[in-house]
Design a protein around this ligand. Structure first.
Ligand code: NAD
Length: 251
């Protein structure tokens, strides 16, 4: 029970990696607020975790790209769990395919609004509340192996994830003196819905597997376990880092 007594907020928590993080936190003793564009999914997942663990969980509908709504969701999460959020996972993320010659401004802005702007908005709101309360905390931003590698047909996504790594470092520097740690996770290819936008055919899958020494895609639970490590005191001397659970990806 490495997170007993902690209050966690996970965005994009109705499906995939976010859901796996919320489940892992709940099973380590945390009370969790699950926030998602799919409000029904978030509420259903929260109810299931509350029934399983006997602890308080809440599900909230929110489009994190709407700054006002995102700040309100962070406040509601804290109020619903009855205290300050100690652990935040900025996980919600989207893809919109497009190379440098074809990507529209609308698609570029839409991806950045979810993948980086919301990370700033919610990260700032949670950090301000922690500092005001004089409490330590752990903020985890979901990056990607494509923060350091790149895919030519995913210009907005690759750009946003590079920015997540740098935002993580600058937040870590600004919050270290307050006892708030900030780290990122940069997954390789994980078997979730978002993959459908990239792995459109068997050749694409074979291409990624050929560049993955462990010769398989990762499971969301394998990212959830890294999130528990970063959320807990097991990583007490780590801040400003990105951990890459990527099967050893070379390119
Ligand atoms: P997913 O599509 O399975 O889940 C994403 C979740 O985010 C969904 O529940 C969706 O409803 C929610 N969401 C989307 N837009 C939102 C918005 N505007 N407001 C609130 N919620 C929103 O994707 P996933 O694979 O679980 O990805 C989660 C994170 O992990 C993303 O940041 C993604 O970039 C990152 N990631 C995924 C992979 C992978 O291979 N799956 C690899 C590297 C990084």
């Amino acid at each position: 029970m490495r997170l007993l007594g902690r209050k966690a907020l996970v965005t994009g928590a109705a499906h995939g990696i976010g859901l796996a993080c919320a489940q892992a936190f709940a099973r380590e003793g945390a009370e969790v607020a699950l926030v998602d564009l799919d409000g029904e999914g978030a509420i259903a997942a929260a109810d299931a975790l509350a029934a399983e663990t006997g602890r308080r969980m809440i599900g909230l509908a929110c489009d994190v790209s709407d700054a006002k709504a995102a700040r309100a969701a962070a406040a509601k999460a804290a109020e619903g769990l009855g205290g300050t959020i100690d652990v935040l996972v900025n996980n919600a993320g989207i893809l919109k395919p497009g190379d440098i010659l074809t990507t529209t401004l609308e698609d570029f802005d839409a991806v950045l609004a979810v993948n980086i702007r919301a990370v700033f908005v919610i990260g700032q709101a949670v950090a301000q509340a922690l500092v005001a309360a004089g409490k330590p905390g752990s903020i985890i931003n979901m990056s990607s192996i494509n923060a350091v590698l790149a895919i030519p047909g995913q210009v907005p996504y690759v750009t946003s994830k590079g920015a997540v790594n740098q935002l993580t470092k600058t937040m870590a520097l600004g919050l270290a003196a307050h006892g708030v740690r900030v780290n990122a996770i940069g997954p390789g290819t994980i078997a979730t819905d978002i993959l459908k936008g990239v792995m459109t055919d068997e050749a694409a899958k074979r291409g990624v597997l050929a560049r993955t020494p462990l010769k398989r895609f990762g499971e969301p639970e394998e990212i959830g376990r890294v999130a528990v490590f970063l959320a807990s005191d097991d990583s007490s001397y780590m801040t400003g880092q990105t951990i890459y659970p990527d099967g050893g990806r070379l390119a």
